[in-house]
Design a protein around this ligand. Structure first.
Ligand code: BGC
Length: 767
């Protein structure tokens, strides 16, 4: 049901220097504001309070033709709007119609949305939310960055912060004060269709990058000016660990790992001041996210002190009855979800939203939901509405946002793509390419922007090519610009297409491919997958489609050097074609400027500095993570060698070399109140400047529960000129050495710990 409806819509080491204190108006309650909220609530009817908890999609009040299709260009159906506002007192709207809109269209929508508050018909303004997950992807002319997985590969919180700031600015330019982002689900299931929406497999990397994005969205939180939006942490919690790999299917997460892997980034996000969270659509250990009282109320709100609000995911109250089967009736579902701690329900279509409001009113009158609980939710919602400035500044005024889509913003998106793209292999130093070589650009992902952007771009699945950003270049076009059309050619060779699902791929114009290959010096083969997300993105195997493997073999048979360029939402296994390639590059989903960024890197105008934010599997049947217990690699024999990924977490080559030396540990033993300083000297021993990500790993040598073999506890991206050296220092406090036990309690055990930075190791003792 969700699909058919949506088809039409589309442990903290040290604070990174640029980030604010991480406070927000939501973190520190202000007595005066709380009194104002109390006064507002005291004047509200039950129906008005209920309406505040209801979120509908824009499509509900767009005019439709005789066939029920939304009229283009969009027009507001005032009768339906009046019903939503006048009768049902709806407090929130989300999303777009079928595709991306202009700033003027957004301004028109915002005029309608804010009219009831401006004219005094309602005492509480409406909050509009959208998935601007890699830039303002539903506004024409907005700046599109790499998807989160690519941002994570930059290992550069400063860039993540810039991304957040620019995205917030352009979202606000569209009149929208609330962004359903960032995704802080940790990527532990590579089959999952939303892998690319995450910040990778490691909770520390995800926490640091996530914090930077949140601070970019919300600013320093002391004043939500006209250039910032509220963040929404998704999807609380455990969504990314589905056992089957299929979207919105059950996860089984022991308490230890719930704490260490999945809750950890959310806790950091809440501490950074995130104003809202969105709830996990799946179920964990048999409990759907939307009825998980323990997580939503006891942990998030009571233990962590979250003062903002929790919004449901799409239709998830309905799903409690129709899919999860934990509610006997729609009423039971609403009661269970709301009482568990979900404050706002993304119902979001008609007539369901009306049913939701009716059921909520019934639940209040029958005391199935207490007035206190209802008012708690409404207070939280009004708090956020006040914090984002809706009570004062509530309309979209595109014209005043002079930086919208500016050259500076585009340059920053390009820089992010450059810093994300990761060099995985470079045999015989084929790269950088020399400009006098003739190049055949081939493969299914080489010549359309949709492949670079992925889903949530202009449309939900990101497949409609008619909305591609004018003036941005595909990989092939970027080559044409760099070396001239006469020095490169394009043949697709294999086609990705939609047929029942998003997995179809077949060979095409193979003869042309072979004859063009013979005429050129180098083959750049762009492989990958069709844009997709959520259920449509479910796949049956992690293997790269067979036709693409065959195309690569054909390319190798030509005897020409082949550069494999991966444009993919998740790490598709490709072991059989790794050896034959001269170079391999992971672009992730690099966004509108990904083609330009790749070509700059290939011709050495920029240096590679991206590092994998995940473990790249070698075989589709063996999925492992870098922080596995030592028992995973217990056998020394090759055949039984269990930990054997294609490429390691944190791996990525450069055109220069970095040498690590002189590891210093401030103390050989620390007490529970000490802070240990660890430093290392990093030298650029190569011939050209470059950036290196210095990664600090720590392992607990012996613990009462099997310890991780190593865990990332710090990183810093540094820039070094040729022959330049820099000492990089990390601080580690005992807090960072804790682990969660099987009851989810964080404990600290004395004993020895091993430190590893690159190939250097050292030890220290915790007394
Ligand atoms: C997705 C959310 C998204 C929401 C609104 C849901 O289907 O799971 O991540 O924010 O739709 O578009």
């Amino acid at each position: 049901m969700i699909r058919s409806l949506k088809k039409t819509l589309l442990l903290l080491l040290f604070a990174t220097p640029f980030v604010s204190s991480g406070q927000s108006e939501i973190n520190t309650l202000n007595a005066e504001t709380e009194q104002k909220i109390s006064a507002l609530i005291s004047e509200m009817t039950v129906a008005e309070k209920v309406g505040q908890t209801c979120q509908i999609t824009l499509d509900v009040f767009l005019k439709r033709d005789a066939n029920g299709a939304v009229i283009e260009p969009i027009e507001i159906d005032s009768e339906k709007w009046e019903e939503a506002i006048g009768t049902y007192k709806v407090g929130s709207v989300l999303n777009v119609g079928s595709h991306t809109l202009s700033l003027d269209q957004w301004a028109m929508i915002m005029d309608v949305v804010h009219e009831p508050f401006k004219s005094g018909k309602t005492s509480i303004p409406i909050i509009y939310g959208i998935d601007a997950i890699h830039g303002v992807n539903y506004t024409i002319g907005g700046t599109l960055f790499p998807q989160e997985i690519g941002l994570a590969a930059t290992w550069n919180p400063k860039l993540a912060n810039e991304f957040g700031h620019i995205t917030a600015y352009e979202t606000k330019a569209s009149g929208i004060p609330w962004n359903f982002s960032p995704v802080l689900d940790v990527a532990r299931q590579p089959l999952w269709s939303r892998y690319f929406e995450t910040l990778g497999e490691d909770p520390y990397l995800a926490s640091e990058m996530g914090k930077a994005i949140i601070c970019g969205y919300q600013g320093d939180g002391t004043d939500m000016d006209n250039t910032h939006t509220a963040a929404c942490l998704k999807h609380f919690v455990g969504y990314s660990a589905s056992f089957s790999g299929r979207d919105r299917t059950p996860a089984y997460i022991p308490e230890k790992y719930m704490q260490e892997l999945f809750l950890a980034p959310f806790k950091v996000g809440i501490e950074a001041g995130a104003m809202t969270v969105m709830v996990n659509s799946g179920d964990v250990n048999g409990v759907p996210g939307h009825i998980n009282y323990h997580l939503l109320t006891e942990v998030l709100k009571n233990e962590w002190g979250f003062n903002g609000f929790a919004v449901s995911d799409w239709e998830d109250f309905i799903m409690l009855e129709s899919v999860h089967r934990v509610a006997e009736s729609p009423l039971d579902a609403v009661v269970k979800g709301f009482n568990a701690g979900v404050d706002m329900s993304m119902v979001p279509t008609a007539p369901h939203y009306k049913t939701y409001c009716d059921l909520m009113n019934q639940a209040i009158s029958e005391k199935l939901i207490s007035t206190e609980r209802l008012e708690d939710a409404v207070r939280r919602i009004i708090r956020v509405k006040m914090a984002v400035g809706l009570f004062e500044k509530n309309s979209g005024q595109g014209a005043q946002y002079k930086e919208f889509g500016s050259a500076d913003y585009k340059q920053k998106a390009l820089n992010s793509a450059v810093e994300s793209i990761t060099l995985l292999k470079n045999k015989g130093q084929l790269l950088p390419l020399s400009a006098d070589k003739k190049v055949l650009i081939a493969g299914p992902t080489a010549n359309n922007l949709v492949f670079l952007n992925g889903a949530w771009t202009h449309t939900w699945q990101g497949l409609d090519t008619s909305h591609n950003t004018a003036g941005c270049h595909t990989i092939y076009e970027a080559f044409e610009n760099e070396i001239g059309a006469e020095n490169c050619s394009f043949v697709e060779g294999a086609k990705l297409y939609m047929q029942d699902d998003y997995e179809a791929c077949k060979l095409t114009n193979v003869d042309d491919f072979k004859s063009e290959a013979a005429k050129n010096d180098v083959i750049v083969l762009c492989l990958g997958e069709l844009p997709s997300t959520e259920k449509p993105g479910d796949i049956r195997s992690l293997d790269l489609p067979k036709a693409q493997m065959e195309l690569a073999q054909m390319a190798y048979e030509t005897g020409k050097p082949v550069i494999l360029v991966l444009v993919e939402a998740r790490p598709r296994t490709l072991h059989d074609i790794v050896d034959g390639a001269t170079a391999i590059i992971q672009t992730y989903l690099p966004g509108d400027y990904g083609g330009d960024a790749l070509v700059k890197l290939l011709y050495g105008k920029e240096n590679f500095s991206g590092k994998l934010p995940y473990t790249y599997p070698k075989y589709s049947g063996v999925i492992e993570f870098y922080d596995h217990p030592r028992s995973v690699a217990r056998s020394k024999s090759n055949h039984f060698k269990a930990f054997d990924p294609e490429w390691h977490f944190g791996f990525g080559l450069s055109y220069t070399n970095f040498t690590y030396s002189d590891l210093e540990i401030s103390q050989s033993s620390i007490t529970t109140t000490d802070v240990l300083k660890i430093s290392v000297l990093v030298t650029n021993s190569g011939d050209r400047e470059g950036q290196e990500v210095v990664q600090l790993y720590i392992s607990d040598d012996v613990a009462s529960l099997v310890p991780a073999g190593k865990q990332l506890k710090g990183f810093e991206k540094i820039h070094l000129k040729s022959k330049e050296s820099k000492r990089v220092e990390f601080s580690v406090s005992p807090e960072n050495l804790k682990f969660a036990n099987n009851s989810g309690k964080w404990i600290l055990e004395p004993g020895s710990f091993t430190i590893a930075i690159d190939q250097l190791t050292g030890t220290f003792e915790l007394k």
